[in-house]
Design a protein around this ligand. Structure first.
Ligand code: ZN
Length: 240
């Protein structure tokens, strides 16, 4: 076991943890998807509420028109039976008008029933959309809360790891650190790989007896024959 390689290997463990943590954080659900779904649910709800408003207004309009027809009819009936109008021709005209108003009244009553049905349907649709929107809102709130909680937790762990990294870096000489950083940059963040069971941890390639001999005698910067990463070797039971 080479002390410099041991120190670099320990630094690598910290960096691997930091890398994993950053990746875990990047894969957290930020709530962007639930936010979009919530917005869609809200706009669908608004659309259905608008349709309900329109249906209710149509119903109201028709009811008012019916009231107008009914009072007009009553007025004409008063004229017809009140004895004020005596001219037969005029009376016939009034009778015809009353008849026509009766038809209109029947038609309006039919239309009112149709509108009532539309209002009921629109109400049910809006209520359903409201339930969807409120469920989405809850889901979004929980997703964001979880994201914030996890982010806070990860930030705490990252601070600890960063402090540990700084402590480890402080013990290394500039040359070792330079070599480590350069290897890390070109080897997918893994600069130092353990050579366990004569195999490189980084690429899973078996190492030759010559490489293992160098490692066992404590040589520094022995590279994997396949991926080129620095190998770290520790005799079994020698771990700290
Ligand atoms: Zn390798």
């Amino acid at each position: 076991m080479n002390p410099t390689m041991k120190a670099l290997y320990d630094l690598q463990q910290v960096d691997t943890k930091i890398g994993r943590l950053r990746k875990d954080h990047a894969s957290l659900d930020t709530g962007a998807r639930t936010k979009q779904e919530l917005e869609e649910a809200r706009s669908e709800l608004a659309r259905d509420q608008e349709a309900l408003k329109k249906a209710s207004a149509s119903l109201k309009d028709t009811e008012l028109e019916l009231q107008g027809v009914e009072s007009k009819k009553k007025e004409l009936e008063k004229n017809l039976y009140g004895g004020k109008v005596r001219n037969p021709k005029e009376l016939t005209t009034i009778e015809q008008e009353i008849e026509s108003l009766k038809h209109r009244q029947d038609r309006l009553e039919e239309i009112i029933l149709e509108h009532m049905e539309s209002v009921e349907k629109a109400k049910a649709a809006a209520a359903q959309k409201e339930a969807v929107a409120s469920a989405k809102e809850k889901e979004h709130r929980e997703t964001v809360a979880n994201y914030q909680k996890e982010t806070g937790r990860m930030r705490g762990v990252l601070q600890q790891l960063s402090a540990e990294r700084a402590r480890r870096v402080a013990t290394l000489d500039a040359e070792a650190l330079r070599r480590y950083e350069a290897m890390k940059a070109k080897s997918g963040d893994l600069a130092v790989a353990a050579a366990t069971d004569n195999t490189c941890e980084g690429c899973r390639m078996a190492q030759s007896a010559a490489v293992m001999r160098h490692l066992k005698q404590g040589d520094a910067y022995i590279a994997c024959q396949n991926c080129g990463r620095y190998l770290y070797f520790e005799e079994e039971g020698a771990s700290d």
